[in-house]
Design a protein. Structure first.
Length: 183
């Protein structure tokens, strides 16, 4: 399926979710994430600060902030910088996303796990983002385990991929965890 068609379809499906369904899905997904050996063993985790239409990361960040070292991306031109997460230092940045402030950037090489947002995933770990390629560029050289988190409605049968697309290693929806075999 073409990426633009996937974006339209998933956007429509997500808009029909109730607030209760959104909260329950986030709880279910992050409960599964917490059970993964990769999460238990990871100390330095790159998260995303969710937009209203994304699976919410806010409660998860609050819950684990004292136990794990979380980082958030900040748009810098066509790339993403990685900065430590501090709830009190977030400001509205590019694309109306709350981003960390400061100069204390971290290399992607220091990150052990990346929780990756997307518009959609397939069972092979392919993803459709919002179309700007920020995460594809960031993850191209990363050795970190990449975890996609999504509502069930964001899982599609197949995604047409391009050579620059970066897949994830695991996809978690509220009803299932998909561990992807290495290519």
């Amino acid at each position: 399926m073409k990426k633009d068609e996937i974006r339209r379809r998933v956007r429509a499906q997500k808009s029909m979710l109730t607030e209760y369904e959104r909260r329950q899905a986030a709880d279910d997904v992050f409960e599964q994430l917490e059970q993964l050996a990769a999460f238990i063993m990871s100390e330095h985790i790159l998260m995303y600060h969710s937009l209203p239409d994304e699976l919410s990361t806010h409660s998860f960040l609050d819950k684990w902030h004292g136990s794990k070292h979380f980082y958030l991306p900040r748009v810098n031109g066509v790339n993403l910088d990685i900065l430590p997460y501090e709830q009190t230092s977030l400001q509205l940045g590019a694309f109306h996303i709350e981003e960390p402030q400061g100069d204390e950037t971290v290399s992607i090489d220091d990150i052990e796990m990346v929780v990756v947002p997307a518009m959609a995933y397939d069972r092979q770990g392919n993803r459709v983002g919002r179309g700007k390629g920020y995460y594809d560029r960031l993850l191209a050289d990363s050795k970190a385990i990449k975890i996609g988190v999504a509502y069930d409605c964001q899982l599609v049968d197949e995604i047409d991929t391009d050579s620059f697309d970066q897949p994830v290693d695991i996809v978690i929806t509220q009803s299932r965890t998909y561990k992807i075999r290495k290519r």
